[in-house]
Design a protein around this ligand. Structure first.
Ligand code: ADP
Length: 259
């Protein structure tokens, strides 16, 4: 850890990891990190060995959402021991950055950081490693898709047109890079008023399902706007770690990824 990461040659798939699944979005703020942390926790609850790599270079959220933030140990100065939270083995680019400092890295430095997080981190034996990508279609996505033997990608979007337009670009990128898209997840699909129970489709209706149908990929799940989800994320214990309808919704999506 430390210093400016430099890219190295060679593959980036850790040897004990069975599957790497990337979670991407077109736009930021659609809930990609929230979905990543909750899916990781739901998969761990289902008995899978799960890793979560927070590669969102511009806004690493997992230290906050998973409730751990410290520099991982590196006993020999080479290998990095990941942290553990809620049954998930966790590494975040945020652990390696100074809080409040912007990342102004060029492509090769980004690649170096990614290679460190994949190659030098002691991931151990994992059934699945989820990668929380930065939004959009930049260097990190390109590097991961071409160098890390991704098993597949999941795209998170809200039903809003501006989010869907960008989600389409992310889907197009995965198609171009020949990364199989396992499906779309619709987040913030609707809001149920806690007082009267009426439903409000704040970001629109049906767009993600229509997009999934158009692209011929499954809609893996629809998640409502939910206060508990937001509070849980902010408090460092993802909602999927508890009980209730949201935990069940994430368990169902996780089950779909296992089968
Ligand atoms: P991204 O990773 O796409 O930038 P985040 O996961 O950081 O998005 O989510 C953005 C904000 O929205 C966070 O404050 C998060 O707590 C909140 N959020 C995400 N999904 C939901 C949801 N289904 N209901 C309520 N708040 C949500």
């Amino acid at each position: 850890v430390g210093g400016h990461p430099k890219p190295q040659e060679g593959p980036m798939k850790p040897s004990g990891v069975k599957r790497i699944l990337a979670i991407g979005s077109g736009k930021g703020g659609v809930g990609k990190s929230t979905v990543s942390s909750n899916l990781a926790v739901a998969l761990a609850k289902a008995g899978r060995k799960v890793g979560l790599l927070d590669a969102d270079i511009y806004g690493p959220s997992q230290p906050r959402m998973m409730g751990v933030n410290k520099r991982p140990a590196s006993p020999d100065g080479k290998t990095i021991i990941p942290l553990q939270a809620h049954g998930v083995t966790l590494m975040s680019i945020g652990f390696m950055l100074e809080e409040g400092k912007a990342v102004v890295w060029r492509g090769p430095m980004l690649m170096g950081a990614l290679q460190q997080m994949l190659g030098q981190v002691e991931w151990g034996e994992l059934d699945v490693l989820l990668v929380d990508l930065p939004p959009g279609t930049g260097d990190v996505q390109l590097t991961l898709c071409t160098k890390s033997e991704l098993s597949g990608a999941i795209v998170v979007s809200t039903p809003q047109d501006v989010a869907l337009i960008d989600a389409r670009k992310a889907l197009d990128m995965f198609a171009t890079l020949k990364t199989p898209v396992l499906g779309l997840i619709e987040n913030m699909s609707m809001f149920v008023c806690p007082d009267c129970g009426s439903q409000h489709e704040i970001f629109g209706h049906g767009g993600v399902k229509a997009e999934a149908e158009k692209m011929g990929v499954p809609l893996l799940g629809s998640l409502p706007i939910d206060l508990e989800t937001r509070l849980a994320g902010d408090s460092g214990t993802p909602v999927a770690a508890g009980e209730g309808p949201m935990a069940e919704a994430y368990a169902r999506i996780a089950q779909g990824l296992i089968e």
